[in-house]
Design a protein around this ligand. Structure first.
Ligand code: WTA
Length: 660
């Protein structure tokens, strides 16, 4: 991590939007940096006219009275406007005569007989299927405002599920399929959700992940769930509870295929999405309907230069279980009427060229992925992309973590053939949409920098007093003005909402990242300022992993820190002290890893576990995390044999003496 920052400090390569880009893409929406600057200025100085105009490009059952009411930290966008996300994604396209165009291209992971399984769903298909499922949900008593939990693999029915919820105004809470039963139960409890939509299993690298089993186990840990709807995907055996479980197919076959989209208030909650913070359990980030819709629509359009009716195929490789999948597989893309591709499985199944095979076969024009994936592709070797025709690609995107300049250059050369602009998009679950990002036809890019704020975004690097920092010195990344897709709160926890985002710097949204701006004014994200680590682009709280570890009988105390990891960006290092009767061993390490996987999910599995007599603490009793971080990064020499108990207290003493 520190190495990455060091190298970005010296990065000076500048890449102008490639000549011919605008022609190749059918016209760039924003064609130059000057144009960007003029429009950005207007969007900041007169947000109401700017956003009012954009919102007017979408469908509203009733127009708004005012574009914005702002009483920090509470925003109301498109006040009293009535709209519906599903209508704008689906029904509107049908009503405007595009019902038979492809909305979703889906490819499954297995390759039976060497052939991929591909499904194409039109807007009309989506209208019918979301209506049926919405009616099925209603038949189970789900009403507007009821939270629907969704725990599914990357199948088209996952998109149908979220859109069906949007149709009737039942906020969804999508849980990534890699999370454990315990994680599902925690989220269901927090949201008091009465229904779960799931699959029998999901495919991952040729194996079946038993999603229904996990849901069964979760239901045993919570009393809220009354109904479970199960989609058959893998055909694996499942347990059945006649009072609670329903086959997706039975329910939807019986359901009528008409269900009008409910006119929702612009500020009605569209969904909840749980994300990790520095303390406690994951928090349910609340997003609204109107503002979220307008912002994700515009960012999708401009950042990827989506042009309906020009043969584009857009592919974001994220899972719908994360915010990237919500905003940039579904909600932002469908209203732009460009087909969105969903791929079910792993990038290296059956072989390491799977993504490039997909790009070639479907003639993907915009491709959006994470730095961790790019680093894996680099490691797997250039022969994989080189054996495919990638010439359909026009725009490349990255998201989730800082991209190291080497990975950026590889992406630019090997995937983009030096003719595709790279959009390095900085944003968060909380921001709902992309916040700091190049525009492909306008912004010259520098490897490792997310460049400049999107329209309407007043981003700054400040100190604790809220004063803007001079260029090239680091500080806190804040957003100083409200934006349409900003989070509306943390579900059920107003105090935590204020405390986390609005109390450290008066009147500004605190992102939780540190950043600096260079001489051009470009932003460089330096890393988190809290105890959140970023593992393969996934956010994890160190506290969550620590709680999981100490929940094991053997562990008395645990400290978890991030460490540099070649592929994942950050890996997880856990330092544990053991209770009486337990001895350090490789078996115990394995048991602890398995335990964390059960408590949270495989993404939280520690990369390294080290056992200690005691954790290094300051005189006032605080765990010396910085010391542990440098030990984990190999900066401090300690004994090589890490299965024996180590004595970090000696190091701590030395360090304390040194630092006085
Ligand atoms: C990090 C993902 C550098 C950052 C959309 C942020 C990034 C956290 C970038 C949010 C980027 C995301 N460059 N860092 N382009 N994009 N991050 O909520 O630390 O899963 O605060 O949202 O990821 O992660 P989240």
């Amino acid at each position: 991590m520190s190495q990455a920052i060091e190298s970005t400090l010296h990065e000076s390569r500048l890449f102008n939007p490639p000549a011919g880009f605008s022609d190749a893409i059918g016209g760039a929406y924003v064609g130059s940096l000057d144009e960007y600057r003029a429009l950005h200025e207007r969007s900041i100085n007169d947000p109401e006219s700017f956003w009012g105009e954009i919102a007017g490009e979408l469908h509203w059952f009733r127009s708004w009275d005012r574009v914005l009411e702002w009483d920090c930290p509470d925003a109301r966008w498109f006040v009293n406007g009535k709209t519906n996300l599903c209508y704008n994604c689906v029904d509107r396209q049908v009503d405007e005569g595009h019902g038979d165009e492809v909305a979703i291209i889906w490819e499954g992971e297995p390759m039976p007989g060497g052939k991929p399984e591909v499904r194409r769903l039109t807007y009309r298909d989506l209208q019918r299927e979301t209506s049926k499922l919405a009616n099925a949900l209603k038949s189970l008593g789900i009403e507007k405002g009821d939270v629907v939990t969704i725990y599914m693999g990357m199948v088209p029915e996952l998109a149908i599920a979220v859109l069906a919820c949007a149709r009737i105004g039942a906020p969804h809470s999508v849980i990534f399929g890699g999370f454990s039963a315990q994680a599902i139960a925690d989220r269901v409890d927090d949201a008091r959700s009465k229904v779960i939509l799931t699959c029998d299993g999901s495919w991952r690298r040729g194996k079946i992940v038993p999603l229904k089993d996990n849901v069964d186990e979760a239901c045993a840990k919570t009393s809220h769930v009354e109904n479970v709807i199960v989609l058959r995907r893998c055909g694996n055996d499942v347990q059945w509870n006649d009072d609670r479980d329903h086959w997706w197919r039975d329910l939807t076959l019986a359901a009528p295929d008409e269900c009008p989209c409910a006119p929702l208030d612009s500020e009605d909650m569209a969904f909840l999405l749980y994300t990790s913070g520095s303390t406690g359990k994951p928090k349910g980030i609340m997003h609204s309907t109107g503002g979220y819709m307008v912002y994700t629509y515009l960012t999708s359009r401009y950042v990827f230069n989506l042009r309906p009716g020009t043969g584009q195929v857009y592919w974001c490789t994220a899972d719908v279980g994360w915010i990237t999948g919500h905003s940039y597989i579904i909600y932002g893309v469908l209203p732009n009427r460009v087909p969105t591709l969903m791929y079910e499985g792993a990038p290296n199944f059956p072989a390491e060229d799977r993504f490039w095979d997909i790009v070639e076969r479907h003639k993907v024009t915009q491709f959006y992925t994470a730095p961790t994936a790019i680093r894996a592709f680099m490691k797997w070797g250039d022969e994989h992309p080189k054996s495919h025709d990638l010439s359909s690609l026009k725009v490349l995107g990255t998201v989730g973590e800082p991209i190291n300049p080497e990975a950026w250059m590889w992406y630019h050369r090997t995937i983009g053939a030096e003719k595709c602009p790279i959009v390095d998009t900085w944003w968060q679950t909380e921001t709902g949409g992309q916040m700091i990002t190049p525009l492909p036809g306008a912004t010259p890019t520098v490897p490792g920098s997310c460049t400049l704020p999107f329209f309407g975004i007043d981003a700054a690097v400040v100190n604790e007093q809220g004063e803007e920092q001079p260029h090239n010195s680091g500080g806190l990344l804040v957003i100083r003005k409200p934006w349409p897709s900003m989070l509306r709160g943390i579900y059920g926890d107003r105090a935590r909402f204020i405390d986390t985002y609005w109390s450290r710097v008066e009147g500004m949204y605190l992102a939780g990242d540190s950043a600096r701006r260079d001489d051009r004014g470009y932003f460089w994200i330096m890393g988190r300022i809290d105890d959140v680590i970023n593992v393969s682009g996934h956010r994890l709280g160190t506290m969550e992993v620590e709680s999981a570890l100490v929940a094991h009988d053997a562990v008395v105390e645990a400290a978890v820190v991030g460490m540099p990891h070649e592929i994942k960006g950050e890996g997880i290092a856990a330092f544990c002290t053991l209770g009486p009767g337990y001895e350090a061993s490789d078996e115990l390490k394995d048991a602890l890893c398995a335990h964390v996987t059960t408590e949270i999910g495989a993404i939280a599995r520690p990369d390294v576990i080290r056992f200690a007599n005691a954790l290094p603490k300051t005189r006032s009793g605080k765990i010396m995390r910085r010391l542990l971080k440098s030990i984990a990064s190999g900066e401090e020499n300690t004994t090589q044999d890490t299965t024996t108990l180590e004595d970090f207290t000696v190091l701590a003493k030395l360090r304390e003496e040194k630092e006085g």
